[in-house]
Design a protein around this ligand. Structure first.
Ligand code: SF4
Ligand code: SF4
Length: 196
């Protein structure tokens, strides 16, 4: 919307007319809000605004059908995270096809910059973002969100996901960057580029 510039005539003496105009504006807004119910504000938190499916809200860890984390503790998200706010510890799963899972998975939400790189880097679609960003805590520890709290947030998916892996063209460079950094950190030679 173009900005409207108002030129104020400072030579005008105050009088009754500006007062009448001011009250007229107030009255108009009162009628619009209370009678016509056209308020620009919403009654938060009872009502929420509809936000886009690309909204970068607080993360969700998704689960397999048996309720265990989809995450395979590959460290791609932690490696690519620019704020270095993801902490993972891995354990062995009995299935040969899955191998690992996170015994500990934490995100420090006070450091997170909500860039969505973790979502882009994940090869398992195990980490998504929600459409919700209510962040309240009285200590720093409360805002370090652990694996179980991240998984419990899956109920928020009923209203749809926030930023999620759908843009493969966007995801591929982030994954390649994560793999290159992992290789560098661990002194690993060439490996095949990721799928998708
Ligand atoms: S959204 Fe960005 S900053 Fe936050 S945890 Fe993911 S990669 Fe790190
Ligand atoms: S990138 Fe995905 S699978 Fe790998 S550790 Fe992160 S959440 Fe888990």
């Amino acid at each position: 919307m173009a900005t409207r510039v108002i030129t104020v005539d400072r030579s005008l003496k105050p009088g009754i007319w500006p007062l009448v105009l001011g009250h007229w504006e107030t009255l108009k807004n009162l009628v619009r809000t209370l009678i016509l119910r056209q308020a620009s504000t919403i009654e938060f938190p009872e009502k929420r605004r509809n936000v886009s499916g690309r909204y970068r809200g607080i993360h969700i860890l998704t689960a397999r059908e048996d309720g265990t984390p989809k995450c395979v503790a590959c460290f791609m998200c932690a490696t690519v995270c620019p704020a270095e706010c993801i902490y993972i510890e891995s354990g062995e799963r009995p299935e040969k096809t899955i191998e690992k899972y996170p015994t500990r998975f934490e995100i420090d939400l006070l450091r997170c910059v909500y860039c969505g790189f973790c979502v882009d880097a994940c090869p398992e679609e195990a980490i998504l973002m929600s459409r919700e960003n209510d962040l309240v805590g009285t200590t720093r520890e409360e805002l370090i969100i652990d694996r179980d709290r991240l998984m419990a947030r899956a109920k928020l998916l009923d209203v749809g996901t926030g930023y999620h892996p759908s843009e493969h063209d966007v995801r591929r460079p982030v994954r390649i960057a994560a793999i290159e950094k992992l290789k560098q950190e661990r002194g690993i030679g060439n490996s095949r580029p990721p799928r998708g």
